[in-house]
Design a protein around this ligand. Structure first.
Ligand code: GTP
Ligand code: MG
Length: 344
């Protein structure tokens, strides 16, 4: 049972806007930090090529999708020139020998191969910057979803700000670490994008549903269609709703918390950013799960699959509390994150 929210005054919307904007300016990396990441990547590629001739390294994840924090990890994908894919056995062998090689790199520490995960990786720690990172092989779908998220981020500034706010909120409520049983940043980003697509009028379109002709083009990667409309300059003429939504970030943030606590029925509905029409857990045969978030390309992948009942309740409680905290007018917010700064 949810407490009713008092009416929101224009002054309070101002406060909410400031909090959201502040979150973004406090945590978004500047150009210099973006450059540092590219530099580390170049250095690693040169080093790795000593043993793996033709190795190509590419950044993905939040270093590239527009929602990176200063301390976000470096997600790196490695491919070998002239080789299209890799089988599981080769993948594990290369990960292991890559780990042995990286141990000789003077600038890295804590090299750890993880070969049992769905996506095998080598983890490392970059001493000079204090950044953590991992290298995966042929993680091609992730490169495409990074590009998809980056495209949404580029459509409207509010998208970027809200995704930052959501990530900060998740970290602060301790519900944003998939390795400890909650949801990944990627999952929360999908939740924000879904909300912005479902808003009336919508803030962003469904890029996977915009195409010429009758049939959606097919661009197959690992058996999945990764097509989406990425000619953003042409978007205003292709999407009638472009810029129709004029809400502020503060209104949208409270709107999001209310959407996921008041409107969205987790038992029945799927968070699904690839189509505007409603998708149900029944359609997906995912009825036993409570928070269901469908990957935009790998349609068999439910980002909420690893959640326990207890964790699901914990996450829902965080949203319900968030709704009360951000939905109750006060004169001004106290400084939002005094001691948590080092967290990021
Ligand atoms: P931060 O590192 O927390 O700033 O965000 P991130 O988006 O980089 O998240 P993370 O490092 O956990 O994941 C890196 C990328 O892997 C994501 O951005 C996605 O592109 C991709 N990815 C695809 N599927 C999954 C998944 O099931 N879980 C996670 N975590 N990442 C996925
Ligand atoms: Mg990352």
């Amino acid at each position: 049972q949810l407490d009713p929210l008092p009416p929101i005054t224009p002054e309070f919307v101002d406060v909410l806007n400031k909090v959201c904007e502040q979150c973004y300016t406090d945590f978004a990396p500047d150009e210099l930090e973006v450059g540092v990441r590219e530099h580390i990547l170049q250095d690693l590629e040169t080093f790795v090529r000593r043993q793996f001739t033709g190795a190509q390294l590419q950044l993905f994840g939040s270093s590239k999708n527009g929602f990176g924090f200063r301390q976000s990890d470096l997600d790196i994908c490695m491919v070998l020139e002239g080789q299209e894919t890799i089988d599981d056995v080769d993948c594990i062998n290369i990960i292991e020998s890559l780990a042995r090689l990286l141990k000789k790199h003077p600038g890295l520490k804590n090299i750890l191969p993880i070969t049992t995960a769905k996506v095998p990786i080598v983890k490392f720690y970059h001493v000079r910057t204090g950044l953590e990172g991992d290298i995966s092989l042929y993680n091609t779908l992730a490169l495409h979803n990074t590009h998809l998220l980056a495209s949404y981020a580029a459509i409207d500034r509010r998208v970027k700000i809200l995704c930052y706010v959501m990530k900060v909120f998740a970290k602060m409520c301790d519900i944003g670490d998939a390795s400890r049983g909650s949801l990944s940043s990627y999952a929360y980003t999908l939740m924000v994008l879904f909300f912005l697509q479902q808003r009336n009028p919508p803030v962003i379109p469904v890029l996977q549903e915009i195409y010429d002709g009758k049939k959606k083009p097919e661009v197959l990667v690992d058996g999945w269609n990764v097509y989406f409309f990425d000619d953003l300059k042409a978007l205003p003429s292709r999407w009638p709703q472009y810029r129709k939504n004029t809400e502020t970030v503060g209104e949208l943030w409270l709107g999001l918390l209310r959407f996921y606590t008041e409107d969205f029925d987790f038992r029945e509905h799927v968070v699904c950013i690839r189509q505007h029409g409603r998708l149900t857990t029944f359609n997906k045969q995912w009825t036993s799960k409570y928070i269901v978030i469908e990957d935009p390309f790998d349609l068999n992948h439910n980002l909420g699959a690893g959640l326990s009942r207890k964790m699901t309740n914990f996450i829902m409680k965080a949203f319900i509390n968030g709704r009360t905290v951000f939905g109750t007018p006060i004169k001004a917010f106290p400084p939002m994150y005094p001691s948590q700064m080092e967290y990021f």
